[in-house]
Design a binder for this molecule. Sequence first.
Ligand SMILES: Cc1cc2nc3c(=O)[nH]c(=O)nc-3n(C[C@H](O)[C@H](O)[C@H](O)COP(=O)(O)OP(=O)(O)OC[C@H]3O[C@@H](n4cnc5c(N)ncnc54)[C@H](O)[C@@H]3O)c2cc1C
Length: 484
Amino acid sequence: MGNVTRIVIIGGGPGGYEAALVAAQLGAEVTVVDTDGLGGSAVLTDCVPSKTLIATAEVMTTFDSSYEELGILVADDTPPVEQAARVIGVDLGKVNRRVKRLAIAQSHDITQSVTRAGVTVLRGRGRLGTGGQAVDGSREVLVDAPDGTVQSLHADAVLIATGAHPRELPDAQPDGERILTWTQVYDLEELPRELIVVGSGVTGAEFAGAYQALGSKVTLVSSRDRVLPGEDPDAAEVLEDVFRRRGMNVMGRSRAESVKRIGDRVEVMLADGKVIEGTHCLMAVGSVPNTSEMGLEEAGVKLNDWGQIQVDRVSRTTAPGVYAAGDCTGVFMLASVAAMQGRIAMYHALGDAVQPLNLKTVASNVFTDPEIATVGYTAADVECGKMDAVVVKLPLRGNPRAKMQGIRDGFVKLFCRPGTGIVVGGVVVAPRASELIHPISLAVDANLTVEQVASAFTVYPSVSGSTAEAARQLHIRKRVDGES
Ligand SMILES: Cc1cc2nc3c(=O)[nH]c(=O)nc-3n(C[C@H](O)[C@H](O)[C@H](O)COP(=O)(O)OP(=O)(O)OC[C@H]3O[C@@H](n4cnc5c(N)ncnc54)[C@H](O)[C@@H]3O)c2cc1C
């Protein structure tokens, strides 16, 4: 065992467990230390639970928004003009029990596959030892076990993948009953009657849309001009219109200062002095990296002003032999990126071929209804001159499959380089956009041209037909724009 590289991974979310699998495959001796269970927040509190809840919401919206047009009769054929008159309802306790069951099962499956790969899994809190790097380049990792004992491990390379937790405002302390973080909503037995969601980023928008679909009366408080300030502006506009049309109270340019619980109600005080009342408040105001009290700075690991670990494109921190991946680096808060960073760290540490992280090929999705999927360069990149690109946007209103399915909102947008026609980005706003973005993602990754995208067959009728049609339109546009 003399030449076997010892890897210790602190944090068992996608950044950590995916790295563990790669490192074990490459023949390293791997230990993963986690406080909560493998899968991390992604599986136990964030990604998996929210998307499971949204799966129920999606069925509700699809039915609610199209059953009349599609000619479906229900026993009590009252149109859902008002929430109270809805023809379908939800048992939130049952939904939440399913959510938690699936999350635990997923964590269990991950633990099984990681241990089957030969990885040692330790329950506890990991931190770097104070001794720094030993002469042989190794480092000590200390594990505080739940029973109070401390175990010392030695690693040739350490990966920090400790994730992040919900940010709390000093005057809006969650109580787990009425004032909630996104990790606490799954304990609710009954649907919040009037839910105020503070924060209109991806998490805020996803929960606001989901609870609206489940039957809550939702107010979305956004400190910015519009919802989803980080997303494609046309996509955000579509979503905001849909939200308002479905009866959501979307409050733009409204900064929440404090949240108070008064009996069974909550009051959200805004910066302009306005007070909004509801039965529950969900705080979605960002997250804080789990990087404190881990001996990081003492070991030479540089953190930025937000406490995130600085890494390069192969996941190296500023301390030799210490790598970092995932939300604790703040590079791109996605499970897929965390996993990629973790794998890259292990390829690098174990001397395998490494392709540095390329954020311009990351595909991401906002799981609202409609969904918003994005890949590559964005409208903002084009506007600020970072990328010279020609754009075509095709509303789904003209797509035959969308018409048949009663889909009115959404579009396909493609960006390509003028002259060469190489596809550099795209946005799909549609039901299941998360599935429709893949051909565009493939095109961006493989530097395909609009001609190549347009020449591949699509099924008739299909929503993806709009992607091919956008590529065909760009075939002409890119020449015109390339000449000018
Ligand atoms: C509501 C919500 C929904 C999301 N949905 C999606 C989605 O649909 N798709 C997507 O790609 N991304 C989604 N994300 C983002 C995604 O969850 C994160 O990007 C992902 O979890 C990051 O993975 P990670 O490995 O960095 O950290 P985590 O998943 O947070 O895992 C870190 C683990 O480390 C443990 N830990 C922390 N400190 C220590 C320590 N000192 N010692 C030992 N263990 C420690 C934690 O307990 C945790 O188990 C969502 C996020 C939120 C908030």
